[in-house]
Design a protein around this ligand. Structure first.
Ligand SMILES: NC(=O)c1ccc[n+]([C@@H]2O[C@H](COP(=O)([O-])OP(=O)(O)OC[C@H]3O[C@@H](n4cnc5c(N)ncnc54)[C@H](OP(=O)(O)O)[C@@H]3O)[C@@H](O)[C@H]2O)c1
Length: 219
């Protein structure tokens, strides 16, 4: 027996507890290392998945006309998926994707701070075989302010855009993915779900909520 383990075991009950905790910790560490390797190393050097075959023809990216969402849209197009971007402003995303990749592009103009957009959106998406949904859209307040000073209007918008969008879009798309038994849903999180910044108050709980939706939809 390894001397360290033998020492622990010789302590009786608490020794065994120590062994159990150490084993669990090592398993957790191994899983983290494995995930890190798969995400950051193997995804770059390993064979590329055929996204269309694996997940379906269309990738839907909320807030896909700019920032990180635009990056997702470009990457999916590069992998041969048709792209559907949903945002408030097109920023020529349709032309940009079409000029680079031979895929179909659909743009849907929606302001997610309006809670009444979902029926129309569901109709617009009903004809697409959605393989990937990237729940990317998110907003934060430009002016840093304390929770109790934030206007109700801004709090409402944050919940609509950062929370409700994820719930509604995930449900809408999952309904179609489950019968096909394939699909991928990506929820963009944030460091603010792990760290607390007082003047970024709402974001932590909202980003954490996204993780919860992901776990529910996975189950
Ligand atoms: N940037 C970071 O450092 C960072 C870090 C951690 C997590 N994130 C997360 O990553 C996601 C994307 O961040 P980003 O920095 O790329 O954001 P961004 O540059 O501000 O882009 C946001 C996208 O969402 C769209 N959008 C914003 N409000 C909308 C609304 N009410 N209705 C419809 N579309 C709307 C924007 O389109 P319009 O311009 O047309 O409104 C744009 O396409 C967010 O969920 C954010 O929380 C970002």
């Amino acid at each position: 027996m390894i001397p360290f383990v033998a020492d622990l075991v010789s302590c009786g009950f608490f020794g065994w507890v120590g062994v159990a905790v150490s084993v669990l910790w090592l398993l957790w560490l191994a899983e983290e290392v494995y995930r890190g390797f798969m995400n950051f190393v193997w995804s770059r050097i390993g064979p590329k998945k055929d996204f269309v075959k694996t997940y379906g023809k269309w990738a839907v990216v909320t807030g896909g006309s700019d920032g990180i969402g635009k990056g997702w849209a470009m990457e999916f197009a590069k992998r041969g998926m048709n792209i559907c971007v949903i945002s408030k402003d097109e920023f020529n995303i349709t032309e940009e994707i079409r000029s680079k990749y031979p895929v179909e592009v659909k743009y849907i103009n929606v302001d997610f701070s309006n809670p009444k957009v979902y029926d129309g959106l569901e109709k617009e998406l009903s004809q697409l075989e959605i393989g990937v949904l990237a729940n990317n859209v998110g907003m934060f307040l430009r002016d840093l302010e304390l929770f109790f000073n934030t206007s109700r209007d801004n709090l409402d918008k944050m919940v609509e855009v950062n929370v409700k969008t994820v719930v509604m879009m995930t449900q809408m798309v999952l309904k179609k993915m489950v019968p096909r038994n394939k699909g991928l849903i990506i929820n963009i999180g944030s460091l603010s779900s792990v760290l607390t910044f007082p003047i970024r108050h709402s974001l932590r709980s909202l980003q954490e909520f996204r993780r919860g939706v992901l776990l529910v939809s996975r189950s």
